[in-house]
Design a protein around this ligand. Sequence first.
Ligand SMILES: O=C(O)CCC(=O)C(=O)O
Ligand SMILES: [Fe+2]
Length: 838
Amino acid sequence: MHSWAAISGISSPQPSAPLNQVLDALHSQQGQLSLLSKHLASLRDEHEALCECLASHGVVPGERLMAWLHRRRFAEARRRHPLQCHESLESLLQAKELSLTVAARLGLSGSATASAASRALRGSLAAVGPELVAMFPLHLYAIGGEAGGDALASVERLDVRENRWVQSAPLRSPRSGCAAVALSGHIYAVGGCGVDGEDLRSVERFSLWDSEWEEVPAMSTGRDELAAAACGGCLYAMGGSHLVWPVRHVLDSAEQFDPRSHCTGSWQALPRLSRERCAAAAVAVRRRLLVLGGCDEDGVALCSAESFDPTGGRWVPLPPMKRPRCNFAAAAAGGRVLVAGGYDDNTRDVDTVEHLDPWQSIGWESVARLPVPRWGVRAASSAGTIFIVGGKVNEYEVGDTQCMDHASGNWVSYAQLLQPRRSFGLAAVMQALMLAPSGQSLYRDRDSDDLQPLQPCGLIGFVGFIFLAGSCGSEQAAMSANEVPVIDLSAFFKEWESMPAERRATTKVDELPQEARTVVRAWREAFGQFGFCHAIGHGIPDEVIENAYACARKFFDLPMEEKKLSDTGRPYGSAGGGFKAQGAESVSKTETDNPGGEVAGIKKARPFDRVESMMYFGHGNDVIPTAVPEYVDVMERYRKEVFRLLLGSMALTAASLDLPLGHFEPFFLTELKPDAAPNSVRLAYYPAYIEGQEPLPGQMRYGEHTDYTGFTFLWQDHNVSGPQTASSGLEAPPGGLQVRMPDGSWVDCPPKPKAFTINAGDLIQAWTNDVFLSNYHRVVNPPPGDRHDRISLVYFTGPTNDTMVEPLPTCVGPDRPARYSAISAGEHLSKKLKVSNA
Ligand SMILES: O=C(O)CCC(=O)C(=O)O
Ligand SMILES: [Fe+2]
């Protein structure tokens, strides 16, 4: 038994009897808790086994079980929180006030997510869309700055929907070179330079609630042309310059202000930046604070950038910007930081715009140009939209306001500032939802400009609860938000194909036209997020696909005895290819037998895959089925066409990684060393469901796995009763491909018209140091009683066997060390094949 003395190690004084009683009670509770968690674990195990068993016998598919569970949880939630009305949730949400209330609470992006996750909400939230947008007017505030050599106190506000700048309450004192930061219902105007040229320590803030400026604690030092941003609820001020007569010092110091401790509030010093920076820019991206560019004590513009992780408490270098920039615009949207304008180290004004995903950290990418070069320009973003305002063009301050259309890289013009200005503070706020001092949620009524309470009916708590119950309980609900994207490759392929080899060896993404760059970006995003995409615009003639498919169909329709004549008897994947009947492969072993298996969510390998395959390498020694005399011609044509798609895909990948388009070519030019090329066409046949030959427990058409080498180009069975390459009216057979989503759920990945499904294999993931994902996928069983078989044409690719694959330098950085050691492509492939052969 534990006693106080035993726990604390203190022998006297003896604890009182009541304290010992409490400790004993705690101890016995602990025992019960661990017993309970054991029970829970074994219940979970039984539940999983039962699900697997029910699903594999085709009694209840996994999703149906989840849906039932979901329904039970709803019912339980409603039982515990009874509602004095017997309407269904769907019908309740038809009440406009209610959906508007829900939508307003969720905000714009929250509503989008909820619509994606719930079919019941989709309709009702869409119906209140326009009102919702109107409830969240986006305002930009341009604060202080400089015009004609004077520091400004004026503040103006742009209502983005009305496209009009209006005067707002002025600053308490003029500030040029200040920074503005929106944080918790306030906009802070920080530092800068006052009318007498003094560097300002002072900070003031504007309350969005009562539209007034008030003084808040000053920084430890005056900072002109500083960088500031909000991150994790705190305000950060970094660098800038400070005059200690007669020398103007550029600062490397940084400090932090937590408005929640305002009463006692003072600024706290942070670790110093890696170097001094004046007229740098700061933004926060996904809870990390970034400081970019600026100039040093000699006025030399910098391209270096660094980031501060508030939890780790240190500054770490980021990839440098493509250009040095001083006094420029920066904003974050969609997990990326975008920089624009400024001047460079030759004090030339800059018109380029580049962006970086600090998470993927593979370097900056040029995305657009400003209509004219300008410096002293500022940017701010809200809900994924980036605005660029003001600055100086030649001799004059300008009032230009533009918003960037991210998809096209074009600029949309807005109203001009009332007072053209440069080196000012810019902040974007969605001025709708705010918490009144009473704690009540309010929104601003656009017509009356009055603040209205945001609870038109008392159901919000109930609905919020249902949301939680729904989204926690149901895999289904979360699923529909995730979908493998379709990318049209044509704009990129047009450029790439018209380029001679010498130009491919040097041309990088920046030199491509905008439409081609858009393809590159979509490619990198799809592979970064899903490891998969559907690609159209690939240029492979329909007839090549139709013929290859027909050839596969003809082969697999042969009697088993005849198919077996094409089996070399060597294991699956061996040179010469040929046929393999069911039983040869058990692909999920590649996961479960690996250290760290289980990753794909299965604990032990599934029984062998319910698949037959016919492999074609094109090395001249392939097995040729005599019953299909056209086999070699058709396969050769298919192989050549998809090989071109492979080279284009490698060029896209190179462009995504800021490498010359031709970077990967030497590793794939298999015509030079055909035998070293793992490229192969695998015709896969998944027989139909047959009574009496039901799947074994846990058995699937093709178990969970990642592909082993380079990209895989998959032609799925697009159409059970018509042409494979039809552009509409497709009916794919059930029991198809599923892909694992970032949240761990499995989603169907049916074919899209005219599209190859492309996924990256393990060697692409290692080469790109996880910038591209080699994602898990599987082919599930059809429902019982279904009469369709399924054929897919799988083109595996890889660098030649002798290629040493290791993380590329552009994918490695100080905050992204190499995660893979070098391995030869051939060695990796043979290891994987050895395990997967059943
Ligand atoms: O047949 C399919 O859809 C997928 C096949 C597959 O994943 C593979 O062969 O690696
Ligand atoms: Fe695969």
